[in-house]
Design a protein around this ligand. Structure first.
Ligand SMILES: NC(=O)C1=CN([C@@H]2O[C@H](COP(=O)(O)OP(=O)(O)OC[C@H]3O[C@@H](n4cnc5c(N)ncnc54)[C@H](OP(=O)(O)O)[C@@H]3O)[C@@H](O)[C@H]2O)C=CC1
Ligand SMILES: O=C(O)CCC(=O)C(=O)O
Length: 425
């Protein structure tokens, strides 16, 4: 990483759980369900907080805090990513777990929702430390995970190595290799072709459908992408490959812009060498927050929660927002976008490509039979298209925003599973 880089601050959302619960309350009301359904779904089914003693490479000690929240199991084992970030909180993990439940139901993958997090800055730890942290966390949560219980995957700050360590630690405890305990693993260790790019591929599908729904031609349309990690990087690449002009991208150190369109492949090489988009030759430097307010056809927030809020939403000029991140838009900002005619393709639809291909990975591991990339991508495209159509039609029928329609469809499926299992009146 370039030594001079300093993280710029986007103040974190005060509490994403409030946002998630307010979306749930709206869906319950729209569906005409009574308060008991809200009570059932507003609170996670199970959550575990663990302390992780770490011996650092320099011999000093510290204790880290980790969480795993399982929001719901009504449709199958819980599923969701594991996040390593310095500002992880239990309420954030609860919100992310709830959104996973809706996402899995909406895409009709046979899972409930979960999420995990450890409060740490991964860049402040060596690979050896990260491995020790991951293995200890996995041991601590191993009683509640497993291919039929809860299947972690990568999220912010984690990657395929993290998933390999988790899988190995769990397998050692079980006494045999259990590939299906995590997804997002390396290809040579039971990972699926297409998983690393799946979330961004899904973002691309939804972006193209959303632009078409607004009559915006893709060729030459402009896009800005916040975040250049596992999701943002490939989203920018795929949007550029679709013919769009990606005019700005950012990471936590800053943002770069070029109104002629950034060369995304060259930018990726720059980031691999320097650890940030900052300093990309030929680009203009812009403020990270200003990226969100550029006059573009498409805005893809692909970093963290709560970046589009009541304070900046009135200045957002994008015609379409496609949420690569989870929870980037607060309910107050949603209302502003709705009255300003800005189309928001919600996270539980737009970034669902990752969990869809995680599901494919889990299916492939359980059959020990691996699919080609074309097969994975064709099946992903079909699921994303079906989900987009269902949400767009439902929104049109009810005359509500896409998020309201998507959450209502998902909550209805989860509530139906509870009803059929006899778990609520
Ligand atoms: N990975 C996946 O499969 C899925 C991820 N998501 C969601 O997508 C989002 C991104 O996840 P992912 O790409 O995996 O995570 P990564 O850790 O790979 O990347 C996160 C990116 O966001 C940037 N970032 C962090 N904080 C800020 C900030 N304050 N302002 C601007 N940029 C910032 C990081 O910058 P830097 O590089 O400088 O650290 C990095 O580029 C999250 O909301 C995640 O929950 C949703 C579905 C699936
Ligand atoms: O791939 C998965 O299982 C979950 C990915 C994830 O964390 C998410 O969709 O937010």
């Amino acid at each position: 990483m370039t030594a001079a880089l300093t993280a710029t601050s986007i103040a974190p959302d005060p509490n994403p759980l409030d946002d998630a619960r307010s979306q749930l309350a709206e869906a319950v009301k729209l569906l005409g369900y009574d308060e008991s359904v809200y009570q059932l779904l507003a609170v996670p089914r199970r959550e575990v907080t663990v302390s992780i003693p770490l011996r650092r490479d320099d011999g000093s000690h510290e204790v880290l805090i980790g969480h795993r929240v399982q929001h719901n199991f009504s449709r199958g084992p819980a599923k969701g990513g594991l996040r390593y970030a310095p500002n992880v909180t239990l309420d954030e993990v609860r919100a992310l777990a709830m959104w996973m439940t809706w996402k899995c139901a909406l895409l009709d993958v046979p899972y409930g929702g979960a999420k995990g997090g450890i409060r740490l800055d991964p860049r402040a730890h060596s690979q050896a430390e990260l491995e020790r942290i991951t293995r200890r966390y996995t041991s601590e949560i191993s009683p509640i995970i497993g291919p039929d219980r809860d299947i972690p995957a990568p999220d912010i700050g984690t990657d395929e190595r993290t998933m390999a360590w988790m899988m190995d630690t769990y397998s050692v405890q079980q006494g045999h290799t259990v590939l299906g305990v995590t997804t997002g693993k390396p290809i040579s260790l039971g990972g699926s072709l297409g998983r690393a790019t799946a979330t961004s591929r899904g973002v691309q599908h939804v972006a193209l459908a959303a632009l078409a729904s607004r009559g915006i031609p893709v060729q030459g349309a402009t896009a800005a992408v916040q975040g250049f990690g596992k999701v943002g990087r490939y989203a920018a690449r795929f949007l550029a490959e679709s013919g769009m002009r990606v005019v700005a991208v950012s990471d936590q150190y800053g943002a770069v812009a070029d109104e002629k369109g950034l060369d995304i492949v060259a930018l990726e090489e720059h980031v691999d060498r320097n650890g940030s988009v900052v300093g990309f030759v030929g680009s203009d430097v812009i403020d990270g927050d200003a990226l969100l307010e550029l006059e573009v056809d498409l805005l893809v927030p692909a970093a963290v929660e709560g970046v589009l809020r009541a304070d900046n939403a009135p200045r957002v000029k994008a015609k379409v927002i496609v949420e690569g991140a989870n929870g980037p838009t607060t309910p107050e900002a949603d209302e502003i976008f709705s009255s300003n005619g800005i189309l928001v393709a919600p996270d539980i639809l737009a970034n669902a490509g990752g969990v869809v291909v995680s599901y494919f990975e889990w299916v492939q591991s359980s059959q020990a039979f691996w699919w080609s990339l074309d097969e994975v991508e064709a099946r992903l495209a079909e699921r994303m298209d079906v989900a987009w159509d269902a949400v767009a039609k439902h929104a049109a029928k009810l005359d509500v925003p896409l998020r309201t329609a998507a959450t209502a469809l998902a909550v209805e499926r989860v509530a139906e599973a509870h009803r059929l299992r006899g778990l609520y009146p």
